[in-house]
Design a protein around this ligand. Sequence first.
Ligand code: CTP
Length: 468
Amino acid sequence: MSQAGGGGPGAVFAGGGPGAVFAGGGPGAVSVSVGGGPETGPAGPARPRVVLGVSGGIAAYKAVEVLRQLTESGHDVQVVPTAAALRFVGEPTWAALSGHPVATDVWTDADAVRHVRLGREADLVLVAPATADLMARAVAGRSDDLLTATLLTARCPVVFAPAMHTEMWEHPATRANVATLRERGVLVIEPAVGRLTGADSGAGRLPEPVEIAAFARAVLARGPAGVRADLAGRRVVVSAGGTREHLDPVRFLGNSSSGRQGYALARAAAARGAEVVVVAANVALPDVAGVTTVPVVSAAQLRDAVLAAAKDADLVVMAAAVADFRPADPRAHKIKKTDGAPAPVVLLPTADVLAELVSDRAPGQVLVGFAAETGSPGADVVTLGRAKLARKGADLMVVNEVGDGLAFGTPDNAAVVLAADGDETVIPRTTKELLAHRVLDLARAKLAGQPDVGRDTGARVTSPAEGL
Ligand code: CTP
């Protein structure tokens, strides 16, 4: 079992506290509801506007990658560094990568009244890294530079990703500032546990840029209520990737699953407060911070790992593409061409993990399968998915159409989620991150119907977006 690098166990992100109020998102903020209205994302007509505040900590260099990730997903990012941040990463880097001029004070281009305009026009203000000093100034309502002035004028969701030494993070002054920010509705991401500036390590590390960017995109698309800690206290197991059945030590029967959808599910569940184990079959993606990753190769290994992790899980999502057959006689040594043509490969069935989960199901446990279908002459993908759901006995079946460049290895996905009670939810093409959140919305609704719902201790953000 490998612990994800840099991340501690448990929830990485915590929602704002009660009583927080947001004015609704700007033009780029999109409401997404279960059951699905239209979704427009960064590819839509209005590019969501993000102000990326960067304060003066060594982790400022990681904000360059956050900027890159957000611009590459189509966001219009305006960087507002503090003067101290420029001691770590220079102005030309921010300007060139964002495509916008950069200022730290309120006097530059005064005619543009940037200290008011930036905050007003933003769909999201993301501060990464947020130093102890920046948070203290934000709590005090200071407006002595462009970033703090922008924070005062912003009426959109605000996300802080703190980074500092453990002593500073744990100091009562910082604890109180974080609490105040959360009470005001700021979404403060828990820092990761891991290597700090020098040889030391502890809590206070900036989460990886991919995690911060994913969280920012989820807040933009779903509103702050869509990323609240509504899975806090829940244990979630996700299988991801594709299994490999070896013919010999170098050759295998495999499939094209990249693990992206499974990892998006793991990341989304962790962001919503769940304790997550991801059983990863041959996934070449960075570990998800705050999630326990169990690497496996074959269907048999995946079965053992999933069944072990599922014992005390509230929710199991089988997103992995699991081999149905394995070679009966895998060779211990490489099959040599010089030995002539090998005998035909005889295949034996593997265990059906989802079916086993259903038959050993713990009381109240919710089980979700994925059905990757190409359709066939007599049946469309939904008909095939409905038959598969009935055959396996899961609670939900996420039906994907695959083939012709669909689903496998792509950043986006579309699905129809079929429920055992007959419900059918269409999720139009969207990012795998947002699809993951939608699937979790549906699974959570099933969990809420279970008697152990009392374990939901998630902090709530009260905002106009509540109830989306
Ligand atoms: N699955 C599993 N164990 C297997 C095969 C599949 O747990 N040995 C799970 C997958 O993780 C997925 C669901 O079952 O959640 C459906 O997988 P899929 O490959 O679409 O279906 P199969 O059962 O293999 O049926 P078919 O090959 O006929 O499509």
